[in-house]
Design a binder for this molecule. Structure first.
Ligand SMILES: [Zn+2]
Length: 292
């Protein structure tokens, strides 16, 4: 019976929850932007992520199953700026419209290493840039499901208000920190947009998770920053290998927090099951860690 229904083929997606669901399928490349698209879409579309929670997005290798799912999509949502270039080979085979959220932001260039000069992809970590993503999604989803446009606009406006609140919270929190502690030390250099907006300096072991490991020079530089600033806490992102950073923390007598979420949401029940929860978690962990 299913085969007789238009749009039924997309019900083949993993989980099978879409059986009989006739809403358009929006396919995003990773869980963070999938959740943002879901928040803006509400009930107007079915939104899925190509990659699962906890997957390292930068190095992801698409599967034949991903190709099938992409072919069934009515809208493809990518971040761009290098993090999900692996999608390009998939979408060549479909004529589904595509929205590249990173095109809505002014990129910050990566400063060091193999990727120097290329855009830093992690704009969503900044609430202000996240609001630009929301606007791009509002337009794309409104075009996809015009009859739901009012509801989509209302959801986008509510999200933007929430993001403004988070941006204000971060700026006020950083302004209250001792000035020598206004430095965010991480494994991946994923916080450039947030650090810029909030008035934090940034130091990281590697610029991008793709093949990311510190070099002797970058490790020495981070250790020097931690020694010099006596920053109370240093961090890693949930999808990274924290060993080197933990060693630097031990040597300097700093605390270590490996809970920042950037490239993936956490599973339900974890600290960052949604995009807004991810920002809230990272902001509160940063402010608490640097505040002591
Ligand atoms: Zn990353």
């Amino acid at each position: 019976m299913c085969a007789a229904l238009a749009g039924c083929s997309s019900g083949a997606s993993p989980g099978g929850a879409a059986e009989g669901d006739e809403r358009p399928l929006v396919l995003a490349t990773f869980t963070v932007i999938a959740d943002l698209a879901r928040e803006v879409a509400g009930d107007a579309a079915r939104v899925e992520s190509l990659t699962r929670v906890g997957v390292e997005v930068h190095d992801y290798e698409p599967t034949p199953g991903d190709l099938v799912r992409t072919e069934g999509a009515d809208l493809v949502v990518a971040n761009g700026m290098g993090i999900d270039d692996w999608l390009l080979a998939l979408v060549e085979r479909t004529d589904a419209p595509r929205v590249v959220l990173g095109e809505a932001v002014e990129p910050i260039a990566i400063e060091t290493g193999h990727y120097a000069g290329e855009p830093n992809a992690h704009a969503w970590v900044s609430p202000a840039e996240g609001a630009r993503y929301v606007e791009a999604l509002r337009l794309a989803l409104g075009e996809l499901v015009p009859e739901e446009r009012d509801a989509i606009d209302a959801r986008a406006a509510a999200l933007t208000g929430e993001l403004e609140r988070l941006g204000d919270r971060m700026r006020a929190g950083v302004a209250a920190l001792p000035s020598e502690h206004r430095v965010l030390v991480t494994c991946e250099g994923a916080f450039s947009y947030l650090a810029r907006d909030a008035g934090l300096a940034e130091a990281s072991l590697w610029p991008v998770n793709a093949g990311g490991q510190g070099t002797p020079q970058s490790i020495a530089r981070v250790a020097e920053v931690v020694e010099r600033t006596r920053v109370p806490t240093i961090f890693c992102e949930s999808t990274t290998h924290p060993g080197t950073q933990q060693q630097i923390a031990r040597t300097a007598g700093a605390r270590f927090d490996g809970s920042l979420h950037v490239d993936s949401l956490s599973p339900p029940g974890g600290p960052a099951p949604t995009y807004i929860a991810l920002l809230e978690h990272d902001i509160e962990a940063t402010l608490e860690g640097l505040g002591a």
